[in-house]
Design a protein around this ligand. Structure first.
Ligand code: PMP
Ligand code: GLU
Length: 393
């Protein structure tokens, strides 16, 4: 049988992160012991008060459709959070759409702003799904390879070198997956000038905003006066509140674009799970101690991971500013590429990690390790990697 799927799938590979999730599950099903630092998801349980709220909603029969935009109480809580945490002002009744996951919010945002043939600037290394999403809607991702030697910062020169008359939007992820870099005020200024001068829309993926280290401040592009009217802010509950399986996210931005995005929600999912949204209200309006506690634990794991990586022969790793990934430079280890390093570590040390090449230009020569797992697993993984690399000589 010929290729019956749409031609645009030609440029779309399977998700590299899900490939690692699946591979680990398959190896474990075969009885192989694997220490998983591959796919990134918090190992913490969702805070109990959030679970209680959703279970209560189910028990009281709150199991029907909600307004497509989202429950009014959740929209209010999100608007308040955006004002308080991000200095972003939106009208809860017109400028937010709740979605089943930040992933879906991103996809809906791209459907909203990109026509087939339009170009989306994607600074890389980047999370694996942005470029694939753009291709799925017939647009072209233009990967802007960032320089490791410059701390993977976004610069005006790099953006200017990749802009074209077809450039419609720029995607900015901060704190960044996989590099851990957090946008500086200087970068934000460069981006805002670039976007204004070229009339480019901004899509700001802020899903890791709660996970920051060393007192760093999160910079929201949507808070900059010149960007407020051209930025779609994407966020969700997966990382900050350890709610990956709940599938809950949202987009917020200028009214005209959100009006169109609402149609994407209406015609593709109808609404996000009713009881899931109730959990989201509890997450935003309830105690924030669990978020702080998780951040403190991530900070300890970051120290342990970065220290352990730097003790490995030929491996260099700077501490990430945010998120829960260590992005380690393995160019001095003598492996041909990041994929060979990842294969070696899996086969000889039983440790799963992500080759940096999966994250696009700029990622080759690096590997990503998720430290959203217990210190015991991290210590064991680093110890095994050390032994395997030493035996290799
Ligand atoms: N953006 C980035 C950078 C991510 O790492 C993730 C996690 N998969 C997402 C968006 C999507 O998060 P979710 O769909 O779980 O809300
Ligand atoms: N964000 C995680 C990661 O990068 C989860 C997997 C995914 O959604 O791609 O590993």
């Amino acid at each position: 049988m010929g290729n019956r799927a749409a031609a645009r799938f030609g440029g779309v590979g399977k998700s590299a992160t899900y490939a690692v999730f699946d591979m680990v599950a398959q190896l474990r099903a075969q009885g192989v012991e694997v220490l998983d630092l591959g796919g990134g998801e918090p190992d913490f349980d969702t805070p109990a008060h959030v679970v209680d709220e959703a279970v209560g909603a189910l028990r009281e029969g709150f199991t029907h459709y909600t307004p497509s935009r989202g429950l009014p109480e959740l929209l209010d809580a999100i608007a308040e959070k955006l004002a308080k945490d991000n200095n972003i002002t939106v009208d809860a009744s017109t400028d937010i759409v709740v979605t089943p996951s930040a992933k879906h919010a991103l996809f809906a945002a791209l459907v909203t702003v990109l026509d087939p043939g339009d170009e989306l600037l994607v600074p890389t290394p980047s999370w694996v799904s942005y470029s694939a999403m753009a291709r799925l809607i017939g647009a072209h991702p233009v990967q802007v390879g960032l320089d490791a030697a410059n701390g993977f910062r976004i610069t005006r020169d790099l953006l200017e070198a990749h802009v074209s008359p077809r450039t419609k939007a720029l995607l900015v992820n901060s704190p960044n997956n996989p590099t851990g870099h957090c946008l500086t005020h200087e970068e934000a200024r460069a981006i805002s000038r670039f976007a204004t001068e070229h009339d480019v829309l901004l899509i700001a993926d802020e899903i890791y905003e709660k996970i920051l280290y060393d007192g760093r401040e999160h910079v929201s592009l949507g808070a900059l006066p010149c960007c407020a009217d051209r930025t779609l802010t994407i966020n969700g509950f997966s990382k900050g509140y350890a709610m990956t399986g709940w599938r809950l996210g949202y987009a917020a931005g200028p009214t005209d674009l959100m009006e169109q995005m609402l149609k994407v929600a209406q015609h593709t999912v109808g609404c996000t799970g009713s009881f899931v949204q109730r959990g989201g209200i509890a997450a935003l309006t309830g105690p924030q101690e669990p978020v702080r506690e998780m951040r403190e634990q991530y900070a300890r794991r970051r120290e342990l991971t970065v220290r352990g990586l730097n003790a490995l022969p030929g491996v260099r790793c700077s501490p990430p500013d945010g998120a829960f990934y260590a992005f380690a430079d393995i160019r001095a280890t003598g492996f041909a590429d990041a994929a060979s390093f990842a294969r070696f570590v899996l086969e000889r040390a039983g440790v799963a990690l992500m080759p940096g090449s999966a994250f696009g230009p700029g990622g080759e020569g690096f590997v990503r390790l998720s430290f959203a797992t217990s210190p015991e697993i991290l210590e064991a993984a680093l110890e095994r990697m050390g032994r395997a690399l030493a035996e290799r000589g």
